[in-house]
Design a protein around this ligand. Structure first.
Ligand code: UD1
Ligand code: MG
Length: 478
């Protein structure tokens, strides 16, 4: 089915000087997607073809466009002679007919629904040129909409070219336009650079189209926040906060409890089921999905994590991992890529895991490092156990069976295998396999030197306490 608009032109050739960044302005991220990705997502449902005008940071912007919109045409604007010049080049690159939408690549909050309403009004008014406008509390810096006494648009005047009266106008040009392509082609040929910046202004086509006796209209949008453009880092943060609120509202309406929306940052595209609770200070990124009843946070960061129903992740950081149903993570746990936690398993405080599988109901409750390991079901890894996976050159794998009891402070020097149902003695350095059902003991035998403190530390509180407890200086020779 044909879409309402035949061609959409996205202007993204500008330098973005005010960002003071080595990264192109339109490639800065908001809610897990680049600024221009948001723009393209908003207009794709309404437009059959897409053309992006690129210039500054050309290679980076072009390769990003190829990734997110492979069929988009890229027009190169070598010299930035203004928005009118950019559109001239895009038109020279296409034989599209019908209706064209022009938007700036730096307005990530624009919604498809607003574009749809704008298109409907444009068609209904049989307009040859329509500009979407907004009333701003602080219109400084934007082009102003000059209307006649009947309210019809006369022209758009840039801040730098405006007189004192025009600067008082609070209705601004959002930089979103619809045109009849042939009217735009004709008018764009007549543009001149007779303005304070010496550039070709796209905004001038409005009065040019009017003077050729075609209909040009200004259509006001009712949500000015949608049309905010990003020119510097402060506006980037402002747009990111608006996007955060928008996404959080949507998640909450879908049944997610977000305790403190102001400090909860969730990327667009994260999937969260109903009855999930998210506590303050949490950030949820990438391809993360969270199933019903899970509890996340406070102060938890998830990146590309699959969280199953009823799991809990508290005060932790988890990346590229799977957390099974009912599994418990945290507080203060660091789960790195390639970790899979099976149902009802537990990973507790000050534990780091990487490339490791923890079987159903198994636990690593305290102070451990588990790297490159496969652990069976119902196994307990004692506090402060370290999986010694690195020999200084290569990483090696450890296998721990089911219903194993690894004693506290065990070193499992990989590669090594602990059989099903085996134990290790606390404090062991395990360098050889422990067969099923055996206990591996690998530590020095204990020796007590009686009376040592009384002889060697006689003036201390320890010696005094020992004496009070009945100890004497007599003992084995030391
Ligand atoms: C422009 C409008 C202004 C409007 C504002 C809305 C003009 C003359 N002015 O001003 O009326 O209120 O947007 O945000 O159009 N670009 C190119 N090639 C160029 C110049 C710009 O591709 O030669 C691109 C930029 O990358 C940007 C967009 O066009 O995405 C707008 O350019 P920018 O310089 O930001 O224009 P504004 O001064 O914001
Ligand atoms: Mg701008």
């Amino acid at each position: 089915m044909g879409k309402a608009v035949d061609l959409a032109i996205v202007l993204a050739a500008g330098e973005g000087t005010r960002m003071k960044s080595s990264l192109a302005k339109v490639l800065h991220p908001i809610a897990g997607k680049t600024v221009i990705h948001h723009v393209i997502d908003a207009l794709t449902p309404v437009s059959s073809q897409l053309c992006v005008v690129v210039g500054a940071h050309r290679e980076a912007v072009e390769s990003h466009i190829s990734e997110i919109a492979p069929s988009a045409k890229k027009t190169f604007q070598a010299e930035r002679n203004g928005t009118g010049h950019a559109v001239q080049l895009a038109l020279a690159d296409t034989n599209a007919k019908g209706c064209v939408l022009v938007v700036a690549g730096d307005t990530p909050l624009l919604r498809t629904s607003t574009l749809t309403e704008f298109i409907e009004a444009h068609l209904e008014l049989k307009s040859a040129a329509s500009v979407l406008t907004a009333v701003l509390p602080d219109p400084f810096g934007y082009g102003r909409i000059v209307r006649d006494e009947l309210g019809a648009i006369i022209s758009i005047v840039e801040e730098r070219d405006a007189d004192e009266d025009q600067k008082q106008i609070d209705e601004i040009n959002t930089g979103v336009y619809l045109f009849d392509i042939s009217a735009l082609r004709d008018a764009s040929k007549k543009l001149t650079s007779n303005n304070s910046q010496g550039e070709l202004y796209l905004t001038d086509v409005i009065s040019l189209i009017k003077s050729s006796n075609q209909v040009a209209v200004a259509i006001q949008s009712n949500d000015f926040t949608e049309t905010l453009g990003i020119n510097d880092r402060a506006q980037l943060a402002q747009c990111a906060a608006i996007m955060r609120d928008r996404l959080n509202d949507e998640y909450m309406r879908n049944g997610v409890s977000i305790i403190d929306p102001m400090t909860t940052w969730i990327d667009a595209g994260v999937v969260i089921a109903s009855d999930v609770t998210i506590y303050p200070g949490s950030a949820i990124h990438g391809t993360t999905s969270i199933a019903a009843g899970a509890v996340i946070g406070p102060r938890t960061t998830l990146v590309n994590v699959s969280v199953a129903a009823g799991a809990s992740i508290i005060e932790s950081r988890v990346t590229d991992a799977e957390v099974g149903p009912g599994a418990a993570v945290g507080p203060f746990t660091f789960i790195r890529p390639g970790t899979r936690l099976a149902a009802n398993s537990k990973v507790g405080a000050f534990v780091e895991m990487k490339s490791a599988t923890l079987g159903e109901g198994s636990k690593v409750p305290h102070l451990s490092y588990v790297g490159d390991a496969t652990i069976g079901e119902g196994t307990n890894i004692g506090a402060a156990t370290i999986f010694v996976n690195y020999d200084g050159v290569e990483k090696h794998h450890t296998v721990v069976g089911s219903h194993v009891r690894v004693g506290s402070d065990t070193m499992l020097v990989a590669p090594v295998t602990i059989g099903d149902g085996a134990y290790t003695a606390a404090g062991s350095v395990i360098t050889e396999d422990v067969p099923a059902g055996a206990i591996g003991v690998a530590r020095g035998k204990q020796r007590n030197v009686l009376g040592w403190v009384l002889r060697r530390r006689s003036a201390t509180k320890s010696a005094e306490a020992a004496r009070d407890a009945g100890a004497t200086e007599l003992g084995a020779r030391d």
